[in-house]
Design a protein around this ligand. Structure first.
Ligand SMILES: [Zn+2]
Length: 83
């Protein structure tokens, strides 16, 4: 099985050109799955996109890891469109 790239690349910070990364702010794990709340932040100047996003994954009976909620692409999209 090929692992496709799920998300497009995060563009550099629009303010300083620094590298932008995901930062997990909260663990949202429950019995049925593991989840994160996260945001995008510049590693150089600390600029953050104000919105919070979620990812939630669970394992099905075949052992496959599935995403129930995956807002990574949305987070990157918002960041990349930031002026
Ligand atoms: Zn920056």
């Amino acid at each position: 099985m090929n692992e496709k790239k799920a998300i497009e690349e995060i563009k550099p910070c629009p303010f300083c050109g620094g590298e932008a990364r995901f930062r997990v702010s909260e663990n949202r794990s429950a019995h049925s799955g593991v989840g994160f709340t996260f945001f995008v932040e510049c590693t150089k100047c600390g600029a953050k996109y104000p919105k919070r996003y979620e990812c939630l994954f669970y394992m099905d009976g075949n052992g496959t890891i599935n995403a129930r909620t995956d807002e990574r692409a949305q987070a990157i999209d918002d960041w990349n469109r930031r002026e």
